[in-house]
Design a binder for this molecule. Structure first.
Ligand code: AMP
Ligand code: GLY
Length: 423
């Protein structure tokens, strides 16, 4: 079958790497892709929310399966667009319908879903500009730090955690009245702060049955020791050493099962990945957020541990036969370290030549913000490369990732030297 992956990051290169190994995949396309996908698939220049252009590509290239990497096209309804079009409707789409993608597209929708289905999460209330005063009053009932979340998609920047009540009130006003995050902060969810350790759970579902993929932990802050600004993710590890069997059984019973059952009860059609952001508080799991896609850079450690043929899994998702498949996991640890452009997550320069990629022997280099220009691989984004390695232990895998990094260079390259430091 011919497969089209939508997206251009490290996650999409990892999907492409995994799908290219499948004997079921005939021709693989990535739109728009990056220098990594260009080496193993055909890149097609496309805007992710230009559904007519996606339709044209599907028809021109005879695409049988569309794998959607990022949340944006899902929240905008790409799955419904394909299924509602008489010429496209037989194409398999990996990613939920628009209605179900609200789990990521609206924080309030996600919180209401969790409440309805008794899924453990932080206490909350949501507010609009009309009830700003009520929002202030609610903040006064909480203890610091204060958690404010723009309801809609805000490119990962819509969550504020504030120590001070006056600042929290001011930020709430800026979000609701000052349109700090535009349309996304027309509503704001105010949440109880949860103090614990975070991890990510990845579920693949056909809407009825589900498979839990390897757990992972990502490192979000730019600075060593988890300090400084939030990023998309500076590295990741899988498995997660502090998540023992007892804890993971709780995750499955208290969170994964009611989530999948809740989707069915609420008639939210879901064929794809659910990324559940979890926090462990006193040995109990709670949900921080849902995403309707895989994580990045978590994908770069999760898919290398999956032994199954990914296209076979995706076909089962499309056909509703996921229950017939057993998931096989590589017992080894996988770690990834992100190489980023100096200045990220604030302003940074692009177009720097990346050298030394051919010298990497012990790791898999997943390209993220990197493109081929004049036959040279150059930086094109903040997060540039993810260096993934296998090991009998996390330490061994991390050693390999850092050893490989030593041979890669570009101007102003930065990475955290302490990924996995807390394990
Ligand atoms: P989200 O976009 O909802 O994942 O939030 C971004 C980050 O903010 C999360 O990964 C957490 O580190 C943090 N966060 C979100 N909600 C809470 C909460 N209720 N308590 C503590 N930390 C939170
Ligand atoms: N690494 C977190 C995310 O993909 O949202």
């Amino acid at each position: 079958m011919n497969v089209l992956i939508l997206g251009s990051g490290g996650r999409e290169h990892t999907f492409a790497w995994k799908i290219a190994q499948s004997p079921l995949c005939n021709t693989l396309y990535v739109a728009p892709g990056n220098s990594g996908t260009q080496a193993i698939a055909t890149n097609i220049p496309l805007k992710l929310n230009d559904f007519e252009a996606i339709k044209k590509t599907i028809l021109d290239r005879g695409i049988d399966m569309l794998v959607v990497g990022p949340e944006d096209p899902l929240v905008n309804g790409i799955h419904d667009f394909v299924k509602n079009d008489p010429q496209l409707k037989s194409v398999a789409v990996i990613g939920p319908r628009k209605k179900a993608a609200q789990l990521e597209g609206s924080k309030e929708f996600a919180k209401a879903f969790m409440m309805r289905h008794n899924i453990p999460t932080a206490a909350y209330e949501s507010f609009t500009a009309n009830d700003l005063e009520k929002g202030f009053a609610f903040l006064e009932t909480l203890k610091p730090p204060y958690v404010l979340k723009a309801d809609g998609l805000a490119a990962g920047k819509g969550v504020l955690i504030l120590e001070n009540l006056a600042t929290a009130k001011d930020e709430l006003k800026q979000m609701l009245v000052g349109s700090k995050f535009g349309e996304a902060s027309r509503k704001v969810v105010i949440e109880e702060f949860l103090d614990g350790i975070e991890l990510s759970c990845f579920v693949l579902t056909d809407g009825t049955d589900y498979k839990i993929l390897p757990y992972a932990k990502d490192y979000k802050r730019i600075g060593e020791g988890d300090t400084g600004l939030n990023t998309g993710g500076m590295g990741a590890v899988s498995p997660v050493p502090f998540a023992d069997d007892t804890f993971l059984t709780k995750v499955e019973n208290q969170i994964v099962k009611p989530t999948v059952a809740g989707l069915q009860k609420d008639n939210l059609p879901y064929k794809g990945f659910i990324f559940i952001g979890l926090i462990r508080v006193e040995d109990e799991p709670l949900v921080i957020e849902y995403n309707v896609r895989m994580g990045d850079p978590e994908t770069e450690v999760v898919l290398p541990r999956l032994k199954n043929d990914l296209i076979e899994l995706f076909k089962a998702v499309e056909d509703g036969t996921l229950n017939e498949i057993d998931i096989e996991i590589d017992e080894r640890a996988v770690t990834t370290v992100m190489l980023v452009s100096g200045g990220y997550p604030e302003s940074y320069e692009k177009g720097k030549e990346i050298k030394g990629l051919d010298q990497v022997k012990d790791s898999i280099v997943f390209h993220a913000g990197a493109l081929v220009k004049n036959n040279v691989v150059c930086t094109s984004g903040g997060r540039v490369l993810a260096i993934s390695s296998y090991g009998e232990s996390h330490i061994e895998a991390l050693k390999k990732s850092y050893h490989s990094i030593a041979s890669i260079r570009f101007d102003n390259m930065y990475y955290r030297t302490d990924i996995g430091f807390d394990l």
